[in-house]
Design a protein around this ligand. Structure first.
Ligand SMILES: C[S@@+](CC[C@H](N)C(=O)[O-])C[C@H]1O[C@@H](n2cnc3c(N)ncnc32)[C@H](O)[C@@H]1O
Length: 307
């Protein structure tokens, strides 16, 4: 079984709670426990993250570092890879910085990969622009960009008229990458105060582990659409992810998962994830898109099973 390069830390009660999930393969889980193969990580608590104080004053800097891409009818502006930004490089305490120093895309439980834009995000953007090109689909919809990183999926949904929340494991990513990216895409004609008002009142950003996020937001309105890209790589986190879908999705809502068919060295992948969902009997699945290339990628749609 793959192990990330992390230290073993204190046991977390929420991880134990996840064990009771209907999505857990209990036989496999107890075998792993017996073989003492499970790494215990203390996952970060969830919290709502507000914009940092100098976000608006730094907008000019973000503008200089921005790229633009067209997705269907929408133009999305975003920062180039977070690693390259000078203000991130200058701050040694950030988890993003730790990942850069250890030349890792991921450090389980410390930094979960949100600083760069992963390729399945492009797949899902292209899919959304084709399948849901009509603005009327988006108007009034509540959308969650789960494991958002740069947040391009959520930003696309905002541009199409949805009300969007964003979640990423790392607070640093939300503060230094996701918030700037959202800011780069709000109506340019708005005054600075109005831009800040949009960020404070029209969207919510959450950091921390999925299991804690689902608890923190349990009393809030559920989502019509949950978009998530490249979030299924770690098998040990998949139950939490599925619990989050189940807890935060409206009864008639849709989840779209974009992912590779296999994550080498980590064990997760689309086929394995689909099999796990079938074990749980909560969701029905449909493969709605597949890449033709060597490294297979796909988009999986989940809906609640009709009882
Ligand atoms: C590989 S990155 C993908 C980022 C982005 N969706 C993309 O496609 O560019 C994985 C994302 O899942 C989030 N993530 C992974 N494990 C998580 C966990 N246990 N709890 C919360 N978020 C997690 C990370 O914060 C990160 O945003």
């Amino acid at each position: 079984m793959f192990k990330f390069n992390f230290d073993v830390e204190a046991e977390s009660s929420s991880d134990l709670e996840a064990v009771k999930s209907p999505f857990v393969d209990k036989k496999k889980h107890s075998e792993e426990l017996e073989a003492n193969e499970i790494q215990i990580i203390e996952w970060y608590q969830a919290e709502r993250v507000k914009p940092i104080d100098n976000l608006i004053p730094t907008l000019d800097f973000y503008e200089l570092n921005a790229k633009e891409r067209e997705v269907g009818k929408a133009r999305i502006r975003h920062l180039v890879a977070g690693f390259l930004l000078e203000d991130i490089k200058a701050q040694t305490h950030l988890d993003i910085k730790k990942a850069e120093e250890s030349h890792s895309d991921l450090i389980a439980g410390v930094y979960e990969g949100g600083a760069k834009i992963w390729e399945c995000t492009d797949d899902l953007l292209t899919y959304l622009a084709g399948k849901y090109e009509d603005d009327t689909f988006w108007k009034g919809k509540r959308v969650l960009d789960l494991g958002c990183g740069s947040g391009l999926l959520g930003i696309y949904a905002i541009k199409m008229g949805a009300q969007v929340d964003f979640q990423d494991y790392n607070k640093d990513v939300l503060e230094y990458i996701t918030y700037p990216n959202i800011l780069l895409n709000v109506d340019e004609t708005l005054a600075d105060e109005q831009k800040l008002e949009f960020l404070e009142n029209k969207t919510s950003l959450y950091a921390g582990d999925w299991s804690h996020f689902a608890v923190l937001t349990k009393d809030l309105d559920k989502y019509d659409l949950i978009l998530t890209s490249e979030t299924i790589y770690n098998i040990d986190n998949q139950e939490k992810l599925l619990e989050t879908f189940a807890g935060r999705l409206k009864p008639d809502g849709i989840v779209l998962v974009a992912a590779k068919s296999h994550y080498f060295g980590v064990g997760g992948g689309m086929e394995q994830f689909t099999d796990k969902i079938k074990l749980g009997k909560v969701f029905q699945t449909e493969n709605v898109w597949q890449a033709e290339e060597n490294l297979k990628r796909g988009i999986l749609q989940l809906k609640f099973k009709e009882s």
